[in-house]
Ligand binder design. Structure first.
Ligand SMILES: [Zn+2]
Length: 148
């Protein structure tokens, strides 16, 4: 699957690199990645609109270690898919159309609505389990930015 939902456990919601870094440091990382990879969504190829820098985390479910593996540039819609929980909340407030988000998932992955629903249910189940734990965070090579 090209575009997958990735839900961050609620116990580490407020300690992403994005939240920990000063805005200007984050923007510097984002701009350097845009220069290096080009200004386009690395998942669907979209070139219009704002490109979001998305943190890629891996999860060691045995030892409860969350590790920052790197970044991916995402268009607004792909980013909405990644953070589908937040998108659901924003849809309830009328800030976005949830149907557009599910349609984008199906278009990029070339799949049906049923596949989307199943993938979403699995992602929420994993999120529920992972949110029961405290996670040790490993910022890997990006820890240097936190020391600046
Ligand atoms: Zn995209």
């Amino acid at each position: 699957m090209k575009l997958e939902i990735e839900l961050v456990p609620s116990t580490v919601w407020y300690s992403s690199l994005y939240q920990l870094l000063p805005k200007e440091v984050w923007n510097k990382i984002r701009n350097s990645i845009i220069l290096e990879r080009g200004r386009k969504c690395q998942v669907c190829g979209e070139t219009m609109g704002v490109m979001n820098l998305h943190e890629i985390w891996s999860y060691d479910d045995m030892n409860h270690i969350q590790k920052l593996e790197g970044f991916v540039l995402l268009c607004r819609m792909c980013h909405n898919v990644k953070h589908i929980g937040l998108s659901g909340m924003r849809a309830m407030k009328g800030e976005l159309n949830f149907e557009d988000v599910s349609r984008h998932f199906c278009k990029v992955n070339g799949c049906s609505k049923a596949v989307f629903e199943k993938h979403k249910a699995t992602a929420f189940e994993i999120w529920r389990l992972r949110s029961q734990h405290q996670w040790m965070q490993n910022f890997g090579e990006y820890a240097q930015y936190l020391r600046q």
